[in-house]
Design a protein around this ligand. Structure first.
Ligand code: SF4
Length: 179
């Protein structure tokens, strides 16, 4: 017998039955704490997202944290240079699990207008697994909100995230073996 079938008929509309990990996942998906970090112009759009006009707090995502140990989302907003790649990876590693990455803007996705430059990494997924990509130069705050809502769906389905990260790790390993 299903657990929900044990609830008396009179209480069915008033009682919520779910597994504890589903409850935690739901709470997590609706209270993401992004890290306050930005690399270039896209970061200005990211900051605008938290202003009253766009009101990110409607979704429970407005608590930007200055410390990676208190954050669960890294929004890579801007051009990633080789000089900044190691510090970004270090920030990511200091974040507690479960943690997520959004690549915001064409620079973070693939180097953007600087893709051929000697100093620019051709996308953050060269160094970190990315959960959501938001195209644009720069993407507007609405696009970032849309990306965060897409991340919310992914948080509710951790098996998808795990499969994508496993593929990313394989690709990275193959690239390193070629180099
Ligand atoms: S994508 Fe465009 S706006 Fe964003 S950091 Fe690159 S150049 Fe700047």
């Amino acid at each position: 017998m299903e657990l929900r079938d044990r609830v008396p008929e009179s209480l069915r509309q008033n009682v919520l039955i779910l597994k504890v990990d589903e409850l935690f996942r739901w709470a997590h998906a609706n209270s993401i704490w992004p890290l306050s970090s930005g690399l270039a112009c896209c970061a200005i759009e990211m900051m605008s997202t938290a202003t009253a006009r766009f009101d990110l707090s409607r979704f429970g995502y407005e608590v930007f944290r200055p410390c990676p140990r208190q954050a669960d989302l890294l929004i890579v907003a801007g051009t990633l240079t080789y000089k900044m790649a190691d510090p970004i990876v270090r920030l990511y590693e200091e974040m507690p699990e479960p943690k997520y990455v959004i690549a915001m803007g064409s620079c973070a996705i693939a180097g953007g207008p600087f893709a051929d430059s000697y100093s620019v990494v051709e996308g953050i997924d060269e160094v970190l697994p990315v959960d959501v990509y938001i195209p644009g130069c720069p993407p507007r705050p609405e696009a970032l909100i849309d990306g965060m809502l897409k991340l919310r769906e992914k948080i509710m389905h951790p098996e998808r995230v795990a499969a994508e990260r496993a593929k990313w790790a394989e690709r990275k390993k193959a690239k390193e073996a070629k180099a």
